[in-house]
Write a protein that binds this ligand. Structure first.
Ligand SMILES: NC(=O)c1ccc[n+]([C@@H]2O[C@H](COP(=O)([O-])OP(=O)(O)OC[C@H]3O[C@@H](n4cnc5c(N)ncnc54)[C@H](OP(=O)(O)O)[C@@H]3O)[C@@H](O)[C@H]2O)c1
Length: 266
């Protein structure tokens, strides 16, 4: 599908990766509806984007019913990019039940409900694309990330099952799964270092993968250096090996430092 003149709903538009996705989709001629919690931040972002006809729609996806309200408010959408998420790090015993419920709602329930609400219109109009921003944390577990892992494993399963349902239809779905992203976003904001030797990627590379996903039949596009993608795949194929590697003090300390740096985003 061509992006020019298509209506795009982008959640998490104000985040480190969302800003790059917004910029690249707008440069490709998309008409964006930008979503996040702050109207002011969304208006500021919209004013910097190339092209005309962008809109903003504030929504707190942590609230019950907000995803459906957002879908209804956005109207006819050709491309959904479900990108909003919380880092959801920390030991489960250090999180309140309200925090856990909000993490599950924002990271997993909201993307599913947005897809469910927007899909019938896409099928009726004979075109559409549902892009979900997952993570390599949807392939391999890591310490202090049990809730984040749960949501990203869940989103990965949702896209794969939905893709199978949509086979032969004019609507497609793709999971874009980044590894550690430097320069901006929830990992960079934490101030933590990536585990040695795994490398990092950039918000621009994630945005570029989103652009490719619009016109691709692939169900999953991973965005990370080869070593990191391989390690994630090992974690998927052999959780026991991955668990042993991450159980050492280096892995535990790195996970503590990441969770500590993300407590403000719980
Ligand atoms: N950064 C990485 O290293 C990395 C790696 C793998 C995958 N990812 C994935 O990439 C996506 C973008 O992450 P990022 O790094 O750009 O994160 P980020 O900078 O923390 O941005 C998160 C975005 O989600 C929005 N958001 C948070 N809570 C919300 C709520 N209650 N309702 C509505 N929107 C809410 C934020 O908007 P407001 O705060 O303005 O409301 C913001 O726009 C996520 O799905 C993440 O899991 C990131």
């Amino acid at each position: 599908m061509e992006i020019a003149d298509k209506k795009v709903l982008l959640t998490g538009a104000t985040g480190g990766i969302g800003r790059s996705i917004a910029g690249m989709l707008a440069a490709a001629g998309g008409k964006l509806t930008l979503s996040g919690r702050s109207s002011e931040a969304l208006e500021d972002l919209a004013s910097t984007l190339p092209g005309q006809g962008h809109a903003v729609l504030a929504a707190d996806l942590g609230q019950p019913g907000a995803a459906l309200e957002l879908a209804a408010g956005a109207g006819e959408v050709d491309i959904l990019v479900a990108n909003a998420a919380l880092p959801s790090t920390g030991r489960i015993t250090d999180l309140t039940d309200e925090q856990v419920a909000r993490m599950l709602r924002i990271n997993l329930e909201a993307p599913i409900l947005l897809a469910q609400a927007l899909l019938p219109g896409m099928l009726e109009r004979g075109q559409g694309k549902l892009i979900m921003i997952g993570s390599l944390a949807g392939k391999a577990g890591s310490p202090r990330s049990s809730i984040y892992n749960a949501t990203k494993f869940g989103l990965r399963g949702f896209v794969f099952g939905l893709a199978a349902d949509l086979a032969g239809s004019p609507v497609g779905t793709t999971l874009v799964a980044p590894g550690f992203v430097r320069e901006a976003g929830m990992f960079a904001d934490s101030g933590a270092d990536a585990p040695p030797g795994l490398g990092t990627t950039t918000p621009e590379k994630v945005a570029d993968a989103v652009l490719k996903a619009v016109d691709s039949n692939r169900v999953e596009i991973a965005v990370a250096p080869i070593v990191q993608r391989t390690m994630a795949h090992v974690g998927l194929m052999s959780p026991h090996i991955s668990h042993r590697v991450q159980s050492g003090s280096a892995g535990q300390n790195a996970a503590d430092s990441l969770a500590q740096g993300q407590t403000d985003k719980r």
